[in-house]
Design a protein around this ligand. Sequence first.
Ligand SMILES: [Zn+2]
Length: 295
Amino acid sequence: MGLIIDAHIYLYPPTVFKEPRIWAQKWDESHWAECVDPLEKKSIQGWADIDQLLRDMDSAGIDKAILLGWYWQNEETCEEQNRWYSEWIKIHPDRLIGFANVHPAAGKRALDEIHKCVEHGFVGLGEFHPQAQGFDLRNPDWLKVVELSIDLNLPINIHVTEPVGHKYTGRIETPLADYAWLAKKYPDAKIILAHWGGLLPFYELNPKIKEIMKNIFYDCAASPLLYDCNIYRAAVDIVGPEKVIWATDYPLLTYPNKDRQPSFQRALNEIQSSGLKENELDLILGENILKLLKK
Ligand SMILES: [Zn+2]
């Protein structure tokens, strides 16, 4: 079996998650606060510090994990998280991979931050969530970020919400057609659409869309919260095993009725018993993302 890489996790210092609402207020991050600590619902957010993360990776046999930047509403918060990540990827270069985030509305400051992050060892961008961050996919500041990702050969992870689905905290509509527009406009961008691209893979049954979506990859972060396990076989049959990237959304509790602590194990078991063949699993669990990260 090849390497196992989780391409979509988050990590925060304990000072942040001890009292997330207080921290969020200080940084003016109301959307994040509502996602991780909703006022009117039981939270499905779990927390882990770096030692716990590494223990959980070890116990599930996860070789590496990509720290994704949250889609903060402010550039300052993006930069704050980039600093934490910068430190952690330096301490554990063999286990942790950094994706930087910025707020496109910060203009030149955001572009400078991307350059700075690359110097500090970051190898990708995201997770962006245009709508939660207050812009749409055709916004000129955002397109400059996409163009820089092409120049610097950085894969870029973008959140997608499924247009038809259940209600949950933090849910914001993200029109699917915009992603196809972006893919068509930037065939050289390496785009990873999170959460199965909101089921965009199924539109690849249209050969014209399949052609446009050539440079699009799909991660399966939070899949157990959204879909039953038939999605793995169904999506791979349509887009091919080369376009799917394994991810969990750790430390989110993706089996909230079974686990009250973050874990990789159940999500890993789910994909490994989903009817995918050995060679497909090798691609999805590690080889595809490694190929994307290759310079
Ligand atoms: Zn997301």
